[in-house]
Design a protein around this ligand. Structure first.
Ligand code: GDP
Ligand code: IMO
Ligand code: MG
Length: 432
């Protein structure tokens, strides 16, 4: 038995959904532990794309159990829509294979209005959130005013909690944000049917994971976002509102750190970012546009164009330390085919200094200039390659250089969006 966490090392969209779907072949339980439907994870199976926002990316495989941990914030309407969509496409989803923690917090209509209202008020200084109510929901969780799934499935408690919070929310919405307000009866009318639909799926997820571990099943923890969007370790305030790092797999699922045996850091072969905030290696030229187009870099949740830049190893090394990575999964290597010379950022120039560690102060980061190392590119199409030895020599050198700079072994190389376009050098679950 081993339990593995998959997290993003950059600013999200590294291909976590794809790699989780690949690794789910070996795992029996797949668990989301933070974030919400700000995430958009894409899997492509037999040419068919599936995008999941809340349901773990193991759901496409038979005989797997997918769990939403207590650390996730769940918009029940979005979840029900996602369940319906998957069922329409022939995926079975019932309480045998999909469960939600009774401690997971609910995204409420006022969270979404607050998210939008605040962004509107901030004008140029907006974060560029996904507008899904993620920050305001986590805020209520931390200030102990949140509503959880165990409350939702008990109509009396749900009504009480709602009544106790609505006065304050409406005052804030109306007077401060100059936004529309919410109505208790309308929320009850919307949410009570959600309670009925989801009640059979609500469970004690921590207990289920503990039983799985005892039974010797492999558990795969699926991160959302990326380390540089982490509320503590990211480019604050241009971050999301949860801890996206591997350590939070424990808090967000209800398991102790001694039960985690490996952490896979997802590294896109270049860098992207959606929304605002610094991106030191951002390209504002033809190569940036080419990567954006070839990589189809549009947000899976909001459809926004992703900003693109060269691979930033200051960022990836920062993630290796914070997450104690045991392996790397490199994705989208195929997107770099045809670029004559590739740049890897190995340090930053800040005024007269050479920085090798990621700076915390936003003002410093904004003034950092990347220091690049140049590597020769390759022109071959690599999307059908199944064996690392068949990769062009320069592609192998690129991968090797990443491995050297992070001092962590590359275990997976992805050369296309499809499940089969994956070179597994070493299965993180070990030999099974
Ligand atoms: P996630 O949020 O980390 O799961 O990543 P997203 O799904 O938001 O974005 C990754 C995008 O790249 C998706 O459209 C994937 O289908 C696609 N993708 C994943 N791996 C590869 C790869 O190796 N090559 C190419 N060309 N596309 C990939
Ligand atoms: P996956 O799991 C990329 C970004 C938003 C915004 C910031 C805060 O698909 O990698 P939020 O709505 O969370 O308050 O927005 O975080 N963001 C993501 N960027 N991938 C994601 O998820 C993201 N989830 C949030 O664009 O900049
Ligand atoms: Mg995504």
């Amino acid at each position: 038995m081993s339990n593995i966490v998959v997290i993003g090392t950059q600013w999200g969209d590294e291909g976590k959904g794809k790699v989780v779907d690949v690794l789910a072949e070996t795992a029996r339980f797949i668990v989301r532990f933070q974030g919400g439907n700000n995430a958009g994870h894409t899997m492509v199976v037999d040419g068919e794309p599936f995008i999941s926002h809340l349901i773990p990316s193991g759901i496409l495989r038979p005989n797997k159990v997918c769990l939403i941990g207590n650390g996730v914030v769940v918009d029940p309407g979005v979840l029900i829509e996602e369940i319906r969509h998957l069922r329409d496409r022939g995926i079975s989803l019932d309480p045998d294979n999909f469960l939600i923690s009774e401690n997971a917090h609910l995204i409420m209509p006022y969270h979404k209005l607050i998210d939008h209202g605040r962004e509107r008020l901030k004008g140029d200084k907006k974060i560029g959130t996904t507008g899904r109510g993620i920050g305001p929901c986590y805020e209520d969780k931390v200030t102990r005013r949140g509503i959880r799934f165990c409350d939702l499935i008990n109509p009396e408690i749900f009504q009480q909690k709602l009544s106790s919070i609505l006065g304050e929310k409406n005052l804030y919405l109306k007077d401060f944000l100059k936004s529309e307000t919410v109505d208790k009866a309308a929320i009850l009318e919307e949410y009570l049917p959600y309670a009925n639909a989801l009640r059979p799926h609500v469970a004690n997820v921590s207990v289920l994971i503990s039983q799985a571990v005892k039974a010797g099943d492999h558990v795969l923890f699926e991160g959302a976002q990326g380390t540089h969007l982490d509320i503590d370790h990211g480019t604050y305030p241009y971050v999301t509102s949860s801890n996206t790092v591997a350590g939070n797999a424990c808090c967000g699922a209800g398991i102790g750190p001694t039960q985690i045996h490996g952490v896979i850091g997802m590294v896109k072969a270049y860098t992207t970012r959606v929304g605002r905030g610094p991106l030191p290696t951002e390209l504002h030229d033809e190569i940036g546009d080419r990567i954006q187009q070839k990589g189809a870099e549009f947000g899976a949740t909001t459809g926004r164009r992703r900003r693109c830049g060269w691979l930033d190893m200051v960022v990836v090394r920062n993630s290796a330390r914070i997450n104690s990575l045991t392996g790397l999964a490199i994705t989208k290597l195929d997107v770099l085919s045809g670029i004559e010379n590739l740049m890897i950022c190995t340090a930053y120039r800040y005024k007269q200094d050479r920085l090798t560690e990621f700076p915390s102060a936003l003002g410093v980061l904004e003034e950092c200039e990347p220091i690049y190392e140049e590597l020769p590119g390759w022109s071959e199409d690599i999307t059908a390659i199944q064996d690392v030895d068949d990769l062009p020599e320069n592609a192998r050198t690129y991968v090797k250089r990443i491995e050297e700079l992070v001092e962590t072994p590359v275990q997976i190389i992805s050369v296309g969006p499809g499940r089969n376009q994956t070179i597994v050098l070493q299965n993180p679950f070990g030999s099974i």
